[in-house]
Design a protein around this ligand. Sequence first.
Ligand code: HXC
Length: 262
Amino acid sequence: LDEFEFNNVQIDQHGPLAVLTITRPKALNALSADTFSEIAQAVNLIVEDAEVGALIITGSGDKAFVAGADISELASLDGVYDGRELSLAGQDVMHQISSLPIPVVAAINGFALGGGLELALACDVRVASTGARLGMPEVSLGLIPGFGGTQRLARLVGAGRALDLMLTARQIKADEALAMGLVNYVADDALQKAREVAEAMVKHAPIALSLIKEAVRRGLDTTLEGGLEIEADLFGMTVATKDFREGVDAFLNKRRAEFQGE
Ligand code: HXC
């Protein structure tokens, strides 16, 4: 994975962890069209690699995770159709990330604004650095969030908090983000903490990890009853795995489980 060359992103692999870094520090890692397409390609490569058990997404430099969609590119948008297409294309990439079968942790190492916060929202868990700033500044540009933000932010922190953030465009600090559940952890070194969190995930059974993600994601789209049915179906699938036998056998024999993802 380390061998692939991109212009706007970089992939590093550390054992079972892949780290996808957005590498446009001069533009505070803003999401240009090229960056989006490279993220999509990189994510495909990562998920096809059987050795990778979890993905961390971060930004290069010490200032920004991602400062949003690239505003110089937004400037050339013209008309309803253009805007709708851009939104749908961005939503697709965010959906690709949120539906990956492996855990995805955002290491928010600085500004996560607009499309940058939307990228973090497409991840499963968010770690912010102590100095990170998060916000949805779209209204200050006459826009609304378009890469899933109106939906994912409200689902994560509730409609009231989401509306406050989106209608005021205010930037919040990491501790306020933590208090409202927008991020899961705050640490001096977001990437290091994200690695620890991802390590704690990858030692568990891979199929169970992916089915938990699926149950939560599909359940949020339906009623409680529908969600409980989804849970029972997916629970049934875990019972049919070799990893379930291994997990139970390891517990009963007081040894560490060795999961194979089968
Ligand atoms: C393009 C950007 C950028 C962006 C920063 N830069 N954000 N370029 N798109 N989103 C560039 C600046 O132009 C500048 O380039 C360099 O990065 C450093 O930024 P500065 O503004 O000089 O830094 P600073 O003064 O410290 O301010 C940091 C900042 C500010 C508060 C994060 O850059 C900022 O407000 N950025 C825009 C944030 C934003 O509005 N994002 C939402 C975009 S809309 P030069 O060449 O001058 O050095 C969005 C919509 C998504 O995401 C949905 C669409 C469908």
